[in-house]
Design a protein around this ligand. Structure first.
Ligand SMILES: Nc1nc2c(ncn2[C@@H]2O[C@H](COP(=O)(O)OP(=O)(O)O)[C@@H](O)[C@H]2O)c(=O)[nH]1
Ligand SMILES: [Mg+2]
Ligand SMILES: [Zn+2]
Length: 308
């Protein structure tokens, strides 16, 4: 039978078949799987699988094959920094949720997420939540983010997840797509999904006072059907968005605004640091490329250098 994976909890997977029946599945022996991907989890939410029924009564099944993926999103495995963890597969859109306050998301975090999504061929947008908390001192930051990410070619949507009326743009955007929702713990991902998928009652958590960081409520990604068509994948919040497997030379390709100008660099192996005739640095000087994103690029480049 064919099925779609809605949730993985380590060794068990929640799989739904084409008639809407849900099965608790495990993996049967060794899967036929793309050898290129060495990840800690072979199957992820969003995967199309083939499975055999094990017990019709209690709805258990055995996954025998994973269909080829259109794409997938990865992060560093929480258990081993040298391994990939597949967050979800077959994604049409990734939403990175950030908040200006309570907690403040770092642009470095946003940039690492966006560049990974670029590298894995996933279109992304930035949703800035908790707009209700914006005080005069924060509004400058929101404007800055709009400018920085607008210049980079990303849409920016300010919302207040607690107020459903602010989410209509997002609801329209994700209609009939499979959308991945990511971001730090505590930015309001689950609150937003509860508004978009009424009746699920996904647990949300108070942001812990002393650190400003939310505590973990979910450990595994979980997919939900949207009432108007499409699906949404809630992912557990992460503190850091660690990068995996990037070469210095390829990094700038994953900054779309750099990709657009770097063909004019004098050297085709330009890293856009000290090289003469660098079109990327010129674009920063001309304010066509945001300095904040360039600084992020340099800092990520340095972090890659340190690894070797
Ligand atoms: N003020 C305000 N708080 C929000 C908003 N959205 C979520 N929160 C709160 O932020 C905390 C973390 O939300 P949660 O949805 O669990 O975040 P997640 O970790 O990203 O899933 C909870 O206390 C929410 O009630 C919002 O739009 N405004
Ligand atoms: Mg959550
Ligand atoms: Zn250059």
């Amino acid at each position: 039978m064919e099925g779609l994976v809605y949730k993985s909890t380590g060794s068990w997977y929640v799989v739904t078949d084409s008639t809407g029946n849900t099965w608790n599945a495990r993996i049967k022996g060794k899967l036929k799987i793309d050898e290129e991907i060495s990840s800690t989890n072979p199957v992820a939410a969003g995967d199309h699988v083939l499975f055999d029924i094990e017990d019709e009564q209690v709805h258990t099944a055995l996954i025998t094959e994973i269909r080829d993926r259109n794409n997938y999103m990865v992060r560093v495995s929480p258990h081993n920094i040298n391994l990939k963890h597949i967050i979800a597969a077959n994604i049409d859109l990734a939403i990175i949720v950030a908040s200006v306050a309570d907690p403040r998301t770092s642009t470095g975090f946003i940039d690492r997420f966006l560049l990974t999504a670029e590298a894995y061929h996933i279109p992304s947008v930035l949703v800035v939540n908790k707009i209700d908390l914006l005080k005069a001192k924060h509004t400058g930051i929101l404007e800055q983010w709009k400018e920085i990410y607008g210049l980079a070619g990303y849409e920016v949507y300010p919302v207040t997840a607690r107020d459903k009326t602010t989410l209509t743009v997002v609801a329209d955007l994700i209609k009939n797509k499979t959308t991945l929702i990511s971001g730090h713990s505590g930015v309001g991902k689950s609150t937003m999904i509860n508004q978009l998928v009424p009746g699920k009652g996904i647990k949300t958590k108070e942001v812990s006072g002393w650190s400003g960081k939310g505590q973990h409520t979910t450990t595994f990604a979980e997919m939900f059907d949207l009432p108007g068509g499409g699906r949404i994948i809630d992912t557990p919040g992460v503190k850091e968005f660690g990068l995996i497997d990037f070469e210095k030379e390829e990094l700038s390709q994953y900054f779309p605004e750099m990709r657009a100008v770097m063909k004019h660099c004098r050297f085709n192996n330009c890293l856009h640091i000290n090289e003469p005739g660098c079109a990327v640095k010129q674009a920063v000087i001309d304010k066509k490329l945001s300095e904040a994103r360039y600084v992020s690029y340099v800092s990520i480049l340095e972090s890659i250098e340190k690894k070797y």
